[in-house]
Each structure stands twice: as structure tokens, then as C-alpha cells.
Design a binder for this molecule. Sequence first.
Ligand SMILES: Nc1ncnc2c1ncn2[C@@H]1O[C@H](COP(=O)(O)OP(=O)(O)OP(=O)(O)O)[C@@H](O)[C@H]1O
Length: 611
Amino acid sequence: MTASNEYRFQVNLSGMIQILSNHLYSSPKVFLRELMQNATDAITARTEAEPGFQGEVRVELTGTGDQRTMMVEDNGIGLTEADIHEFLAMIGQSSKRGQQALLDGETSFIGRFGIGLLSCFMVSHEIVMLTQSAKGGPSMEWRGKPDGTYTIRQLETQLSPGTKVYLRCTPDAAHYFETEYVQEALFYYGALLPYPVILHSDGVQHIVNSESPIWLMEPELARGRRAEVLAFGERLLGEKFQDFIPLTTDSGRTGGIAFVLPHAVNLNAKRSHRVYLKRMLISEKAENILPDWAFFVKCLIWTDELQPTASREHFYENEKLEDVRFELGDALRKGLADMAESQTERLQKLIRLHALSMKALAVQDQEFYAMIHRWLPFESTRGHRELGELMSEGETLYFTTTVDEYRQIHHVASAQSMLVINGGYIYDSDLMAMLPLAVQHAQTERLQPDEVSMSFTDVPPAERNQYYDALRLADSALQRFRCRAEVKGFKPADLPVLFTLSQESSTLRALEKASEESTELFSSVLGSLSSGISSAGYSTLYLNISNPIIQRVLTSPDAQMTPIAIEMLYVNALMMGHYAMNRQELEVLNQGIVRFIDWGLRANTDRKGDA
Ligand SMILES: Nc1ncnc2c1ncn2[C@@H]1O[C@H](COP(=O)(O)OP(=O)(O)OP(=O)(O)O)[C@@H](O)[C@H]1O
């Protein structure tokens, strides 16, 4: 056995910077966030040592072109020479991971990984840091390069406690050093910071975060400052909101404002909220901090209890995040419940814009559903109405479970003043089925298309015999569409026919349509599937005997004309029901139209000839 030698891993720093910039950070612009976070942490550390200490961050931009330099200065805790060796010179080492932090992840600092400063190498070939520790000792200069080399020296002059970081921009990063950009970015990251952030650029001073709203730490106070809160939301989130709901949690360590989006949102839209950790922007895209149904709001959230991932763009999915998500969702729900009690107009306005979100929440929460049900909109045979209005009619609310079913029956149902709700849209049939559980005395019942035919009037047998021949012709004309004809009387009289599909015939239609649109092989598979479906797969074309045209068709002496008219009525019924037509049916439609034009024109010429 040969003796093994021990070696030490080497780190290729420029390779690591590549990894960070391409995979960890979403853009080089995050260097400013990392510098601001370090400044914030340094001020926090000094405040812990000197309670009542007032922090400040100054950013200075000087020079032009490739001489453009940025200096970020804080009056925080600073670094001693030993600190520099331990924390700056060692990647992955951080002064911010105390014993407690290791135990429960809790720390009063934002940083914890000991890599953030490296992001500065994405925009500068050198990092120069001048620092004076608040604990005393000489002032120090540290110069670091992306190849992993660094120098340290003691300064001759004593600086006041704090740290200055100097960066000179690389040609690619010049944009990130422009005054306007930096001013915006500082506001973006630091708008909520509790101490002044001041930018000096080319001799001009800008105070970046002049307003520090008092409702930030106590969101309930926001209620009395509506205009101010909405203006702040617009400045920070770039949208003109009209309403908001304050969000609080029991611990008081997470809070925020949920701004109601001023436009309807797609159900699949990304729900991203802006989250501040210890008052510094952490994430613009936090998706997991609120429940899924909260897609009608964009939230401004601040927390000091959640743990960011190394990229800073998300939070660890742990028990605490789960609790926070639940509590924030609960606060939002309570805000809506309060509106339902005392500000119904405000809630109505919100529901009109975000009905889908409200329905998504109501499906999950029966109590909430009971509170807001009367304002939820539904499509019905009485038009688009709010549920409260539909319920006030005191009838059983019949509902379908698919849009197709609703289309099949709504003509007949509405003509007979039967109240039917289209439950085919997302959440609607679930909400209808839940209604009697959520609201006392409410009655709902699922309706099948063939049940509507029960309100048809039968044709007396004597009269029926009269149409025997015509019906036989109709049946044989419709046979190839797997449909049979029946004579009934129904309202409205101007509706000549009604088409209904059984579950099986609906499946058959779908199979036929699919096989028309697919390859030969697949279509033969579909063909053998459809041949397995029994003759119960017949649909029905109801001919309305109260309709004058139907009466004429059924009593027409022209045996050639009857099947063609029936076929045309059949395709017309398909169109009325919004069914996709197969090739055969489209042909019938085309030929029928041409034939009828021909007949019409011929009849006209014959009349003229007679005259
Ligand atoms: N402005 C500053 N004032 C005092 N110390 C600083 C300052 N900037 C950096 N440091 C020191 O340098 C260390 C490394 O900083 P770096 O930003 O790389 O990592 P971090 O902030 O500890 O963790 P993270 O990678 O999560 O940001 C810090 O732990 C801190 O000790």
C-alpha cells in the first residue's frame, strides 16, 4: 500500500466569479444591492454595540468614461486588520453567522454566505476598501483582484469609523455607473431603509429615500393614509393602484401592503411580490410568500424572520415561510371580510375586477364564500348576473357542469323562463354545488341536457301519425350523423330545432373530429375505439311543432325536399350549439346553401314566367 499525501483544494477565483455571475445572480446590477446590504449589516452591527446610533450611507460618483468611479460609504462597524484577514480574505467566511444563527438560522443581518462582495467583480477589475473599525485600531486599506490576489496596508491618517468601497467600472458595466441609473437602483433597493441614503454625483446631492413612511412597521396605520400609501405604491411598484389591504402577522415581524391590481389578471400569471428583508430589497419575484389564490394583488412585504437563499431572490421553503404565507393570506382574507361587512361597494368594485381570484378563494373557504357569494358573477339564462340577484328569485338554481351542456339547453331553458347557470367555467360548478352548504336556504341542482326535454310538450298520437312519413324520411336523412328526429312542442316558437347530445354521442363526436384531424394510423385506432360505442350513442334533433317552418317541412308533399331541409336544420342546430362540425356536416351545409339559393332563384324565375 502506498502512503497517501494530503493536499489542499485550490479555488480558481475567476472561475468562481463566472459561476456567480452566470448562475447565481440574475444580473451584474446586483453588485449595488450587495454593497448596500453590507452597509446595512455594518450599521446594524454598530447599532447593536451603540444603541441609538444613527446610520447613514453615502454613494459618490466621479469621473467619466473608463475613469468612472463609484464609492459606497457607510458609518457602520468597520473592520479591524484581523477581521479583514478572517472575513474579506476568505471566501465563504462571514462575520454575520453567529452561534445563534447556526442554531436556528436567526440573525439580525442580511448577509450570511460570505460571497456577496465578489459580485463587484462583475462590474470592476478591482475592489478597494478603506475601513476603520468602531472597536479602534488603525485604518486599513484592502485591495482585491478577480485573480484572487489582494493587498493590505495600514493608512497613515485615521478615518472615522465605517467603510468605503471604491469600484472603477469596466467598459461593459459603464451603464451601471450612470447617475440616473444609480439613483433609481438605490431607491429600488433601499427605499424602506430607516436611515438616509444620499447620492453625490458630479457635485449634486440627491436624497434617495427622503420619505420613510410611518405605516411601514405598523401596516394598520396605512388605513388612515390612503392617498399617501397609494402614491408610495405607485412610485415603488410602478402601477397606479386604487385600493390596498394592510397585511399584519401575529409576530409583527412580517407585514406589508397588498395593493389591488388595477386590471384583471390571467389565472396563470406569475404572482410576484416585492419583499424587503431588514428593510433592504431582497426579491422582486417572490412567488411563494402568499397563497396561490392571491393573484389579484401585488404586495410590498417586509420581514425580518425569513431566510433568503444565496441568490437572494427567493426564501427557503421552511416551516416559518409556511406560517408567514398562511398568516399573510389570512390577513388578506380578513381585509376582504371587513369590506363585506362595512364597505360593500368597495368589495363589489374589487370583485368586478377580480372575480376569478375571489372564486378561487371561495372554493377553498366556505365561510368566505358565504360572506361574498352575493356579489360573485355567473352566466345564466337571465344574463350575466350577481349570485345574490339570481338567488333573490327564490327558485332552485339549476346548473350545468360544462359550457357545452349549457349551450345545448340555454335556448329552451330561457324561453321557458327556467333559471339555469352555466357552471362550465372554472370554479363555477363547484361553487354551485357548495352553495347550499355555505348559505342557508339556498337550493341548487345539477341539470343534464336531456332533463330539459322534460319541459317539452308531447304531440298527441293522432297528430303524430300525420307526420309519420316525414319523420321516417328525417330519420333516414340523419342516420349517417347518428342522430334521430323527434317531434315535440317547445318554446320559443321561433326556434325550429334543438339538438341534444348524450354523454356517449358527445364522446363519439369528439373521436370522429380527432380522427379527421390525425394521421392514418392514429385515425384507425380512433375508428376502432368509436366502433365499440353502442347505438345509445345517438343524438336527438327535436323538431319544434310550434314552429311554422317545421310544420311546413313535416307536411310538405315534396319528398325530395324534406330530407334536405332536415339536414339543413340539423347543421343549423349544430351551429347554434357551437359544435365543431365534421367534414360530412360541412359538406351538407355547403351543398344545402347552394341548393336553396338555386331553388329560390328558380322559384323567382318561374313566378316571373307565369306572369
Ligand atoms: N461595509 C462593510 N462593513 C463592514 N464589514 C464588511 C463590509 N462589507 C463587507 N464586510 C465584511 O466582509 C465579509 C464578506 O462580505 P460579503 O458581502 O462577501 O459576504 P456576507 O455579507 O458576509 O454574506 P453574503 O454572501 O450572504 O452577502 C462580511 O461578512 C463582513 O465581515
